[in-house]
Design a protein around this ligand. Structure first.
Ligand SMILES: Nc1ncnc2c1ncn2[C@@H]1O[C@H](COP(=O)(O)OP(=O)(O)OP(=O)(O)O)[C@@H](O)[C@H]1O
Ligand SMILES: [Mg+2]
Length: 361
């Protein structure tokens, strides 16, 4: 089981950790990258919104859109990047501008400033964009990505398309039509449309949008091509998907949905990490233990057996929730990580999770 995950860390170029909110994606991504560094690889983890204390431990406080090296007892290299959606978008604009003035105009535009952070799916897209950039740099052997918690399982796969769809938007085409010398009739219709929209969103907002789209003119092709490349990379065999879940009924249901969607997109899951499992002290059934508790009622042993029965019940329930999911991801290995006594907020904590993930515990 754990050998399969070690193999993945040794041979993958990209590992994407996904799953629903709060299950341990950020933790897992950091641990996987750390393991790769221990195996001598140059690994970088792209992390999104890590818990404050983990960010501190990784030295990611403050900025961090460019990789920062983390020193530690590994023969390889460990780097971390904290995704900054806006700066990544800005870099992209700069890359695809035909001249520096165009980039400046866009970056200073109020409409751009609003959408670059808030456009739905921007964070997912920029995470994938960052991945693409790091993958193409010769500085790293492995890029590990921690995906944003998203309700829609495939948001990050759909994100590149969503951005280009936005550029195909009717509003965009209508605004751009006059400057492209389309017939007068269209122009009149466009003006009416412009008036209408201005009434709703306010004239100055609308003017900002028009200026933005005009500044953007000529850049769509570059953006679309880039989005296609990102998508290709995400669906290529160089990319492995690790699904992270917890053994609770509702998160397992979310993980099943996730697995189903990846399956529909013909993307195989390489491993399933089940994080925060309760301890498995005994193979005995809870009912048998409960009977023993009754037998020893009134003695210390009675209380102990009752506790053991409770633990056994929790463990059985957790395995029950997981069995269907494990089947769904077959032949991917299922790796269980126990509920640790404390939060994972430093390199020692990460190393401890690593011991469980890679079979050293
Ligand atoms: N095995 C574990 N035992 C105890 N605590 C854990 C374990 N794994 C993770 N944690 C803690 O649980 C919290 C959530 O973990 P993490 O931030 O990795 O989840 P996430 O999936 O990235 O969350 P989000 O969806 O909010 O980004 C963190 O405080 C982390 O330290
Ligand atoms: Mg996270």
């Amino acid at each position: 089981m754990t050998a399969a995950l070690a193999e993945l860390v040794t041979s993958s170029r990209i590992i994407i950790c996904s799953g629903s909110g709060g299950v341990g994606k950020t933790t897992s991504a950091a641990v996987v990258a750390m393991e790769a560094a221990a195996l001598g690889r140059r690994a970088v983890v792209v992390t999104i919104d890590p818990a404050k204390r983990l960010a501190d431990a990784l030295g990611l406080d403050g900025i961090g859109n460019t990789p920062k090296r983390i020193e530690g007892p590994w023969s390889g290299e460990l780097w971390a990047v904290m995704l900054d959606t806006k700066s990544t978008f800005d870099d992209l604009v700069t890359t695809y501008s035909s001249e520096p003035e165009q980039a400046e105009r866009i970056l200073a535009n109020r409409f751009y400033k609003n959408i670059s952070g808030a456009l739905s799916g921007t964070q997912e897209y920029m995470a994938m964009e960052k991945l693409f950039e790091l993958h193409n740099s010769t500085d790293f052997d492995l890029v590990v990505v921690d995906t944003p918690p998203s309700r829609n399982a495939l948001d990050f796969l759909d994100a590149p398309r969503r951005l280009t769809r936005f550029l195909d938007h009717r509003l965009y085409r209508v605004i751009m039509a006059p400057t492209r010398g389309v017939m007068k009739a269209v122009n009149v219709a466009a003006q009416a449309f412009v008036r209408q929209v201005s009434k709703v969103v306010g004239a100055s907002v609308f003017e900002d949008a028009v200026t933005f789209f005009q500044a953007f003119d000529g850049m769509e092709a570059g953006f679309k091509e880039r989005a296609e490349q990102v998508l290709e990379l995400l669906t290529s065999p160089a990319t492995s998907y690790v699904l992270v879940a917890s053994p609770k009924r509702d998160t397992v249901a979310e993980a099943r949905f996730f697995a189903e969607k990846l399956g529909e997109a013909h993307i195989p899951i390489s491993a399933l990490i089940v994080n925060r499992m309760h301890p498995h002290f005994t193979d005995e059934m809870p009912e048998a233990l409960r009977e023993r508790a009754v037998t020893f009622e009134g003695t210390d042993l009675g209380g102990l057996y009752r506790n053991l029965a409770d633990f056994s019940l929790v463990a059985h329930r957790e395995e029950g929730h997981l069995s269907g999911l494990a089947q769904m991801v077959e032949p991917a290995p299922v790796i269980r990580v126990p509920f640790l006594r404390s939060d994972v907020h430093d390199l020692t904590g990460l190393a401890l999770v690593g011991d469980h993930l890679f079979g050293r515990a």
